[in-house]
Design a protein around this ligand. Structure first.
Ligand code: SF4
Length: 337
């Protein structure tokens, strides 16, 4: 565990004595990984790979809500040190940021990548595999697919090529939680670490701010399935995540995220669910159109959210981001003075 990193009830952590091979290795060896890729690519012909269920033919270049056709668009890929510490270690998480998005929150901090309408470079399966290998070569402790829900098929298509080239590090699926069961089942035994958001508990809020009234039900189904596949977050002897579920919740102003309900849901899944209650909401993109979204949550609201998590019985709360969020808040306040 890195210096300065505080986690509650450390003794309760599951851990592995021996290094664990990434989950996808055995599926690659049996040929199942290639079969999953074929199934997923065929599904692009009438795409219902996420809960939007647009049913467009992406193989023929049609696009649905996510504005992504046959090939994935990558906005950037690099080593990243801003994730939760079990994902970063000393040499960084190998993040691949996909452009476009299947959710489209009005307050998105990365809206230039996800919702600007700008097209980003399309990458072939071979190019995507090469990015993974390049990140691993540079020391990435995992490959972290950011905003992957609309490009599950393209990721699966690239993976056999990457494994053939020597990919061995764990895979992180870093999504909004707006994932379909069909897509997640294609990823069963492939993804090592799921990192979904738990954004809105209320259908009305999800409809207003993400145009997805079904988000709460879809995300609950998805998070249950993710936990079924990989269980609680397990760390190796270095404190690095090797397998499991890590849920992020962004505290929204005015309690809009439904934190008490989400925390009760996650605690019922397992009190050992690793949760990052994040303080860093800031109004971005179109948030100013909504008075209730136009300011950050107060420090008292953020403290109350964490208290809700503990009250629900959750014992593994990430502390690093809380400190970073508070530091950011202090800097913003200083600038405003
Ligand atoms: S992945 Fe894209 S095209 Fe497919 S259902 Fe979702 S939003 Fe629609």
């Amino acid at each position: 565990m890195g210096a300065g990193y505080i986690l509650e009830e450390v003794d309760a952590f599951p851990s592995f004595e021996e290094p664990v091979s990434a989950a996808y290795q055995s599926l690659f060896a049996s040929g199942e990984l290639a079969r999953r890729a074929e199934t997923a690519i065929a599904a692009l012909g009438s795409c219902t790979l996420c809960p939007r269920a647009c049913a467009v033919d992406r193989l023929e270049g049609q696009v649905g809500f996510c504005r992504t056709g046959r090939l994935a668009q990558v906005a950037s890929f690099d080593l990243h040190f801003g994730e939760e510490e079990p994902l970063v270690g000393e040499s960084g998480s190998g993040t691949i940021f996909f452009a476009q998005c299947n959710l489209g929150c009005v307050f998105c901090q990365n809206w230039e990548l996800s919702q600007s309408g700008e097209a980003f470079p399309e990458v072939t399966a071979a190019e995507l595999a090469a990015m993974m290998i390049e990140l691993q070569r540079r020391g990435a402790v995992n490959i972290n697919f950011v905003t992957p829900s609309h490009v599950v098929a393209q990721i699966l298509e690239a993976l056999p090529l990457a494994v053939d080239l020597g990919l061995t590090v764990p895979l992180v699926y870093n999504s909004s939680g707006y994932d379909s069961l069909a897509a997640l089942r294609l990823l069963d035994g492939v993804v090592d670490i799921y990192m979904p958001d738990a954004k809105f508990w209320s259908a009305a809020a999800a409809k207003n701010y993400c145009r997805a009234a079904d988000y709460p039900e879809a995300a609950k189904r998805a998070i249950r399935e993710m936990h079924r596949q990989v269980g609680d977050l397990a760390l190796d002897e270095r404190g690095l995540a090797v397998r499991g579920l890590l849920v992020r919740q962004l505290v929204m102003p005015g309690g809009l995220a439904g934190t008490p309900d989400w925390m009760a849901f996650l605690a019922a899944l397992s009190p050992q669910t690793y949760v990052n209650v994040m303080d860093q909401y800031r109004p971005c993109h179109q948030a100013a159109r909504f008075a209730e979204l136009s300011s950050p949550p107060t420090a008292a609201e953020c403290d109350a959210a964490r208290a809700e998590a503990r009250r629900a019985g959750l014992t593994r709360l990430d502390e690093r981001h809380r400190r970073l969020g508070r530091e950011l808040w202090r800097l913003l306040m200083r600038e405003a003075d």
